[in-house]
Design a protein around this ligand. Structure first.
Ligand code: DER
Length: 225
């Protein structure tokens, strides 16, 4: 359907930014799926690229599509990171983590010279916050960590799988989703939450995105700075 075409367009066009010999951070999610599929075809046609995956899901897709992989034991800096997002505001501040991979995604984004965000237009917002903010927390005492998060004025909801069990991230942690509604000061909120004892990371990616590729059913538009 249209949204799939939009994601496919955004994912595929981001691959044009990968030059021969690059090491690329591979994000997570359904838009990244299309990027990986295209990247596998380019690698099969001779593109020299190595990827660092941000989740087990991405690792599996990359292997299936023939994208050569490496890790941070072998590379300390990435030329590019390409990843999706749940919300992008006009300052290119992001909310991420809908897929539960936010910790590794942020480590990859922080290790990359440039972060390219690939989205369909539904992710562009005038203000962050309608999408519940994912926060990864250490399992030990997570209930008390949730209490500390409540003090920031929001009720954290523990993320559960279909069986009703607590979702466990690739890092063995839990995720709580926080329905802020609107986030007026994303930088301040990110700092405030990240200082709380028991919090591993939040899905607020502030001042990290360098380019945003917005996919539409028939084209893409690229914004960058
Ligand atoms: O979890 C994430 O941050 C992913 O990037 C995800 O949110 C992107 O979603 P998508 O499946 O719509 O690309």
């Amino acid at each position: 359907k249209d949204q799939d075409h939009a994601k496919k367009n955004a994912g595929e066009s981001s691959v044009d930014l990968i030059q021969n010999g690059m090491t690329v951070g591979l994000g997570s999610g359904s838009t990244v799926y299309w990027m990986l599929k295209q990247l596998g075809e380019r690698a099969a046609n001779g593109l020299d690229v190595k990827g660092v995956p941000s989740s087990q899901q991405t690792k599996g897709w990359a292997e299936a599509f023939g994208v050569p992989l490496t890790d941070f034991a072998h590379v300390k800096r990435l030329d590019l990171a390409i990843d999706g997002a749940d919300e992008v505001d006009p300052q290119w501040q992001l909310v991420k983590g809908g897929g539960g991979a936010l910790v590794r995604e942020k480590i990859i984004a922080a290790s990359a010279n440039s972060l390219i965000v690939i989205i369909d237009e539904s992710k562009t917002v005038s203000q962050l916050g309608a999408f519940p903010l994912p926060i990864e927390v250490v399992p030990f005492g997570w209930e008390t960590t949730a209490e500390r998060i409540t003090e920031t004025g929001v009720e954290p909801v523990a993320r559960r799988n279909d069986a009703g069990e607590l979702f466990v991230s690739d890092n063995g942690n839990y995720i709580v989703d926080c329905h802020f509604g609107t986030i007026r000061e994303p930088r301040a909120l990110e700092k405030q939450i990240n200082q709380l004892t028991g919090v591993v990371e939040t899905g607020l990616f502030t001042d990290m995105a360098n380019n945003v590729i917005v996919g539409y059913p028939d084209r893409t538009e690229t914004f960058g700075h």
